[in-house]
Design a protein around this ligand. Structure first.
Ligand SMILES: Cc1ncc(COP(=O)(O)O)c(C=O)c1O
Length: 415
């Protein structure tokens, strides 16, 4: 099979009475993809996600040092010594897991401490934590919506929001990205229904912001509830890093604030903040919460410490913004199309998937660790390189990455 003639979506649409046949053809596709050295997924890390990482290179079988521009560990907190110490202490006290869902035996003092910190951090009455961000969105949306309700979702929302909406059985409506006119017309047409509007604070594939102030006005006018996924905004946006809700001066005014621990907070897991009543309800009706073992107490301790550090080390965020501005200025002056990013995520638009496959191999060979994003994660013909910046990246790392991007970008006529 020539993998150049296929893309991931061909195997989603593949249909055969033998349900394993798709795996067979996908295997052939992946083998050819790897033989062409296009495959830059599942790179095996041998170190933590610092600016310089070591991987085991599948193509040479040797260790390779790379500059990391693909991790959402935006403030470098996953390797902060205080975070690691907090995790080690929790491991000693509780072990790695509690062996049950929070409702039964999986709820510790560390979980409660974290919930209280999160609620205060996001200016809400209460909070609860889930094992992943994905299961947070699924659990919250499926528990709150009924068949006659409507979930209204921005077209660029994360898969976990869309899956939550679909699993809920509620009616699903989506509006073009940040298209508040279309949102208003949906709200008008669903006046008599229960409604949840879901948006992201920072969009994960473009790094741009939601028009949260306008959207909040509309949800107030049309009596809809508003949920904001702050996965990529927490710790980054706003003067004190409290997210887009702070950036738009909406702290304490959003019905449901969702976030993840897997990005700025340097670990894994998810949370939501809302009223006491909503949180209490979700503890009993959110299936991905009470039918799943609780977040590890080790992670709870690490994240709790990471939140303290967000408050007391604002220089981490300041440095991240210096890096963001430096990269945006330089990429733009080199002639790259980086869209409307206003966060640590910077897309470099390439367009055709096959061009990006070739570029990704060359960027990898030149020791820059970057992510490539293809359809269906982004619309067809909008393949892109996605940079995730960290505050800990030095100027020399950024300059090396810029040199490589310039060389590869020119070769493939992107700039
Ligand atoms: C906007 C958004 N929401 C939710 C998630 C899911 O979070 P997690 O990876 O922590 O499960 C992600 C992860 O990529 C995301 O980007």
């Amino acid at each position: 099979m020539d993998s150049d003639n296929y893309s991931l979506v061909d195997f989603i649409e593949y249909n055969d009475p033998d349900i394993f046949k798709k795996a067979h053809f996908f295997y052939e596709y992946a083998e050819d993809y790897i033989a062409k050295k296009y495959f830059t997924y599942f790179r095996t890390l041998l170190t933590s996600c610092n600016p310089e990482v070591t991987i085991l290179d599948r193509y040479t079988g040797k260790k390779k040092k790379m500059i990391m521009l693909a991790s959402n560990n935006y403030l470098g907190l996953s390797s902060h010594p205080e975070v690691i110490k907090a995790g080690q202490e929790a491991l000693g006290q509780y072990g790695p897991g509690l062996g049950g869902s929070p409702l039964l035996c999986g709820y510790s003092a560390l979980h409660r401490e974290l919930e209280e910190k999160l609620a205060a951090y996001k200016s809400c009455e209460d909070a609860m934590v889930f094992p992943t961000g994905f299961s947070t969105n699924i659990g919250v949306i499926t528990a709150l919506l009924r068949k006659d309700d409507v979930v209204i979702s921005d077209r660029f929302n994360h898969a976990s929001i869309i899956d939550g909406a679909l699993f809920s059985g509620a009616q699903f409506r989506s509006f073009g990205h940040n298209n508040t006119n279309k949102l208003e017309s949906i709200l008008k047409n669903t006046r008599d229904k229960g409604k949840l509007v879901v948006v992201e604070g920072v969009y994960s594939m473009d790094g741009d912001l939601s028009l949260l102030d306008k959207i909040k006005n509309l949800t107030d006018v049309y009596n809809a509830r508003l949920m904001v996924d702050e996965a990529h905004a927490t710790g980054i946006l706003g003067k004190r890093g409290r997210g887009t809700i702070e950036y738009f001066d909406l702290e304490g005014k959003i019905d449901i604030v969702m976030g993840t621990f897997s990005k700025t907070l340097g670990a894994m897991g998810g949370f939501i903040c809302s009223t006491k009543e909503v949180i209490n309800y979700l503890r009993f009706y959110s299936r991905s919460y009470f039918f799943s073992a609780s977040l590890s107490p080790v992670i709870a301790a690490c994240v709790s410490k990471a939140i303290d550090i967000l408050e007391k080390e604002p220089q981490l965020r300041e440095n991240l913004w210096k890096n963001i501005n430096y990269m945006k200025e330089n990429l733009t002056s080199l002639g790259f199309n980086i869209g409307q990013s206003h966060s640590a995520i910077i897309p470099i638009h390439v367009g055709e998937e096959i061009t990006l496959r070739k570029m990704a191999t060359e960027i990898h060979e030149k020791e820059i660790f970057l992510n490539s994003v293809f359809y269906p994660a982004v619309p067809q013909g909008q393949a892109r390189i996605r940079l995730s910046l960290m505050s800990t990246l030095t100027k020399s790392c950024l300059d090396k990455a810029l040199d490589v991007l310039e060389e590869v970008g020119k070769k493939h006529h992107i700039i």
